[in-house]
Design a protein around this ligand. Structure first.
Ligand code: SPQ
Length: 442
């Protein structure tokens, strides 16, 4: 049996102009389903990202007996089952390509009274899971990985969880969130210390659901015994999706683009800081608060970018934007150096290697290092590159065509639907000359 492949063909040149609202934030959408499902009462979510990853989370909670209406035009109604109201699913939960679903749900499911098995696609079943299973086991969870420390994960119910303090070796919002969710079911206090700030959507959303937690410097703590009360959640546009257009607008000639209603949570705005430090003409307008998360409109205009030694403290704050930031670096004058980003090697693909391969193929001097990349800006040729099934790499190379001397063809783009199903249509609407081409592969 074959599965169909999807290729992008992007003609070179063009400008990005106009106004655009990119879809809802993926991280916040996942969390809205998880917390809404274990809350008491009906939660209403607007702006929900109806992309494959978040639908994997939604489907998994439905399989555990939670009634969820939608998504219809971004609206979802979750009939919360309460902290103890989930039911045993009849089959393993397939989380597709979604690392966030698997890592956060592992924490939540470790405290249930029933067994679960979590699996995913080829990419997800290769990603490291010991980073969560080790601390969960020290809380008393019974959870098994493959010998390689990967999914499928088998989680045994009725484990008695106890709170621990965990000093996280990597700056990971998924590990932090996993342990905080397990902490809702553990005796006493569960706390984590993060080596550097990571996205705090779980903490903010716990507050929205009326669940107390504390932060003391780098330490975040939660105790069991509380309840989550249903609430309304407005999901802002995803800055990680906006990032493709920020870079596209900066590198394309004669561009002027406004991205509306983008989430600018300070734990996510590394891409804005990095682009500005590279010389981008990027304005943040109408900053406002929407349901516990800051949002703004972003205006980007054609900019002369210069290379940058990226400050390491910005790495976790821009972790998902590096594929497209590498494209910005390829279009900048001089050298850009990224260090401290070894985490990029264990995402949906090895984002350092796959981006370096593609950029080299397009004529750029890109040198991968164990924890980052050195890129010298220069002329981009057209050519054919491989996204290796990684959504963010596919969209990053699509933007590179704005500055390339010939068309860019990108293989293996199907997974763009995991985070940004409307990408091709929205990108075309503001001026990218992109076509999606269906194919068949054995
Ligand atoms: O869900 P998944 O596949 O892990 O998604 C990615 C992405 O690029 O879309 C990472 F590959 O985003 C992660 C992000 O890198 C989403 C996330 C979250 O919602 O908590 C946190 C980050 O991962 P990590 O490993 O740094 O905690």
């Amino acid at each position: 049996m074959g599965h169909s492949s999807l290729m992008f063909r992007v003609q070179s040149g063009g400008s990005l102009r106009g106004e655009l609202r990119v879809p809802g934030d993926k991280s916040i959408s996942h969390r809205s389903i998880m917390l809404g499902s274990i809350a008491e009462g009906i939660s209403e979510v607007s702006g929900f990202l109806a992309a494959a990853d978040c639908l994997s989370t939604l489907t998994a909670f439905r399989a555990m007996g939670v009634e969820i209406e939608g998504p219809t035009d971004g609206l979802v109604r979750i009939h919360g089952a309460g902290l103890r109201g989930l039911r045993a699913p009849v089959a393993p939960l397939d989380l597709g390509n979604s690392g966030t679903s698997m890592r956060l749900m592992s924490g939540l499911l470790a405290g249930q009274s029933f067994d679960t098995e979590l699996t995913g696609d080829e990419s997800l079943n290769r990603r490291p899971m010991r980073r969560i299973t080790e601390p969960l086991r020290s809380m008393g969870a019974q959870i098994e990985t493959t010998a390689a420390g990967t999914a499928p994960l088998k989680i045994h119910g009725n484990a008695l969880l106890r709170g621990i303090h965990y000093d996280m070796p990597v700056a990971s919002a998924q590990v932090k969130s996993c342990l905080l969710l397990a902490g809702l079911y553990a005796s006493g206090m569960t706390s984590v210390t993060e080596p550097a700030p990571t996205r705090d959507h779980t903490e903010r959303m716990l507050t929205s659901f009326g669940y107390p937690w504390q932060r003391d410097g780098k330490r975040i703590s939660v105790a069991s015994g509380g309840r989550l009360i249903a609430t309304q959640i407005d999901v802002p546009s995803d800055i990680s999706s906006a990032a493709f257009f920020l870079v596209g607008g900066a590198i394309a000639s004669n561009s002027d683009l406004v991205l509306r209603h983008v989430g600018i949570n300070p734990t996510r705005t590394g891409v804005i800081d990095i682009l500005r430090q590279m010389g981008a003409d990027l304005e943040v307008r109408n900053s406002r608060m929407m349901g516990g998360e800051p949002v703004a409109d972003l205006r980007i205009r054609t900019s002369r970018l210069k290379g940058l030694v990226i400050p390491e403290h910005l790495v976790p704050l821009a972790i998902d934007e590096f594929p497209v930031l590498f494209v910005a670096a390829a279009c900048a004058e001089g050298e850009t150096v990224l260090t401290g980003a070894e985490e990029l090697r264990v995402k949906e693909s090895d984002r350092i290697q796959v981006m370096a391969d593609g950029l080299q193929h397009l004529g750029i001097d890109a040198v991968p290092t164990p924890d980052g990349m050195r890129i010298s800006g220069g002329p981009l040729r057209g050519g054919r590159v491989d996204a290796r099934g990684d959504h963010r790499i596919a969209m990053a190379f699509a933007m590179a065509a704005l500055r390339a001397r010939g068309a860019i063809e990108i293989d293996d783009c199907r997974n763009v639907s995991t985070s940004f199903p409307e990408f091709v249509d929205l990108a075309r609407a503001v001026g990218l000359n992109i076509t999606a081409i269906e194919g068949e592969r054995l």
